[in-house]
Ligand binder design. Structure first.
Ligand SMILES: O=P(O)(O)OC[C@H]1O[C@H](O[C@H]2O[C@H](CO)[C@@H](O)[C@H](O)[C@H]2O)[C@H](O)[C@@H](O)[C@@H]1O
Ligand SMILES: O=c1ccn([C@@H]2O[C@H](COP(=O)(O)OP(=O)(O)O)[C@@H](O)[C@H]2O)c(=O)[nH]1
Length: 487
């Protein structure tokens, strides 16, 4: 099978560079091992109509990566506009942050149509398209308009909210109707999948039977495929990382204190303000934890051209300065705050150095950092994961210390419990989480999705001739009854 994977963000496969986001991090090994072609944005734009749209095609393991310069006139309206200032806030239940114009929607559709045209050059016999994420909700419909009848699947990396929130997105009916051109829609959690089907039945008034939505486009199967990680790879990175200068310097700098680590894009969905407030509460209400627990927060800048992200960056920086100013001492900095990224090989060592992993998003599709933190722990002395119950990962990592990120006192208590947890309990919780991670790897995730997508090809082959039957049957019936008087 010729598999074509499509996403806005692609990763170049350089192990010593930071990944931008979990989608790119997750798909990299999938493409490397499956032989797929991975098409996405080059991050550059180009004016006018391109005869040869792809800027670059390079090998990536047994697959290849094709990066495309997107149309300059539409890039801003598509990426910063409709995708990240309408869809992203809505998908994370933050309708209050929706800022969008009619032109943004036009640009979004233009880029979806542009990508569909560009993908046609990768279409061969027995192709299947696998589209990733909210940047390309309408790409399947655009491919169908170009005559593609191959299986086309879509996976959503973010949550899908309740119908009332999606109704806040301009053109939501048109867009979600377009999504039904996909044969297979994948979600991170059962809740996301049920919310989507609830919208299809309630808002679009379409029939839904056993997870299949029936529309003018035919049948769209909706299923849950929680994304995984390569846990063994992280464990191996972590075991080898102690000699890396960043990791050894961090270790030497800890004067017997317990370290908590947070690793996030600077995004309002990640709950950074609430998390830092919880540490503030801990040091204020329980001064015995001053000097004995500190926080290393890596907050990689993200989507900086969007106002909500700029505001967040200022707010978090102010809060960190305030907390450090009040609780710090001449030889102790409570929060080490870094606005830069690290490679995954280094991150694994930083995760292993920290006795507590804090992952407290307000909403998150999965959150791979939570899984990576667990995989990187020393089996003989594992750290404790404090995890928001609103991260997709909480469905699998039930033996983490699950917290409500809106409850600052509750989070402060959980951090204190994590710091004091006896070894036997830490091992018991970690073993259970590690078992889940090993049983559900990133390779398994992609194999499951692709297998389900291939089934759609078989189903279509069976259903298509049946669909052509009514007119033929009608013609036969008409000829059979011609000359007969019906009474
Ligand atoms: O491409 P950017 O705009 O820089 O954003 C980075 C990525 O953020 C989101 O990642 C999601 O995918 C993860 C893997 O499935 C998941 O764990 C996480 O919960 C999601 O937020 C976004 O969905 C990607 O499209 C972006 O590339
Ligand atoms: O400095 C950094 C910070 C993060 N990451 C990677 O970025 C991904 C973040 O994915 P997650 O699902 O946690 O969140 P997202 O950013 O996709 O919303 C993870 O694989 C991290 O290992 C990285 O390589 N370097």
């Amino acid at each position: 099978m010729n598999l074509v994977v499509v996403s806005n963000r692609v990763a170049r496969g350089k192990p010593n560079e930071p990944m931008t986001g979990g989608l790119a991090a997750a798909l990299l090994p999938v493409v490397e091992h499956s032989g797929a072609i991975w098409a996405g944005s080059s991050g550059r734009v180009r004016d006018g109509h391109q005869k040869e749209p792809f800027a670059e095609i390079e090998a990536l393991g047994s697959g290849a990566i094709a990066t495309l310069d997107l149309p300059a006139a539409h890039y801003g309206g598509y990426y910063e506009g409709f995708a990240n200032s309408a869809l992203w806030p809505a998908l994370h239940s933050r309708s209050d942050l929706i800022r969008v114009s009619r032109d943004d929607y036009v640009s979004y559709r233009e880029v979806n149509a542009f990508m569909a045209r560009a993908l046609m050059r990768f279409r061969k016999a027995k192709t299947a398209f696998w589209v990733q994420d909210y940047h390309f909700l309408a790409l399947g419909a655009e491919l169908r308009d170009l005559g593609v009848d191959d299986p086309i699947g879509f996976f959503l990396h973010t949550p899908w909210p309740v119908a009332a929130v999606m109704q806040g997105v301009p053109n939501h009916r048109e867009l979600i109707t377009a999504m039904l051109a996909y044969d297979l829609l994948g979600f991170q959690t059962n809740e996301d999948c049920q919310n989507f089907l609830g919208y299809v039945a309630g808002e679009l008034g379409l029939a839904v039977e056993d997870g299949v939505a029936i529309s003018q486009h035919g049948r769209t199967r909706c299923e849950v495929f929680p994304i995984g990680i390569d846990a063994e790879k992280f464990a191996a990175y972590a075991a080898k990382s102690a000699s890396h200068p960043d990791v050894s310097r961090l270790r030497r700098s800890l004067n017997g204190e317990r370290l908590a680590i947070g690793v996030d894009r600077l995004d309002y969905s990640k709950g950074l303000v609430n998390r830092i407030s919880a540490f503030d509460r801990l040091w204020t209400e329980h001064p015995q934890f001053a000097r004995s627990i500190s926080l290393l927060q890596i907050a990689n800048p993200s989507r900086g051209a969007i106002e909500a992200y700029g505001n967040l960056q200022n707010e978090v920086a102010r809060l960190v300065t305030d907390v450090n100013g009040r609780h710090g001492e001449v030889d102790w900095t409570p929060i080490r705050y870094l606005n830069k990224g690290f490679s995954q090989t280094v991150l694994a060592g930083l995760y292993r150095t920290a006795q507590i992993g804090v992952v407290t998003p307000l909403h998150d599709g999965m959150n791979l950092v939570a899984k990576e933190y667990v995989a990187a722990q020393n089996p003989a002395d594992p750290g404790v994961l404090v995890l928001s119950k609103f991260a997709g990962a909480a469905n699998e990592l039930e033996t983490a210390l699950l917290v409500n990120p809106h409850d600052i006192d509750g989070m402060a208590r959980a951090i204190a419990v994590a710091a004091a947890m006896p070894l036997a309990e830490r091992k018991m919780r970690w073993d259970a989480m590690m078992k889940k991670l090993r049983g559900h790897t990133i390779q398994q995730w992609s194999a499951d999705f692709v297998a389900e997508l291939e089934k759609c090809r078989t189903e279509k082959a069976v259903v298509a001739p049946l669909e052509t039957q009514p007119p033929q049957a009608l013609r036969w019936l008409k000829s059979a009854i011609s000359g007969v008087r019906l009474i």
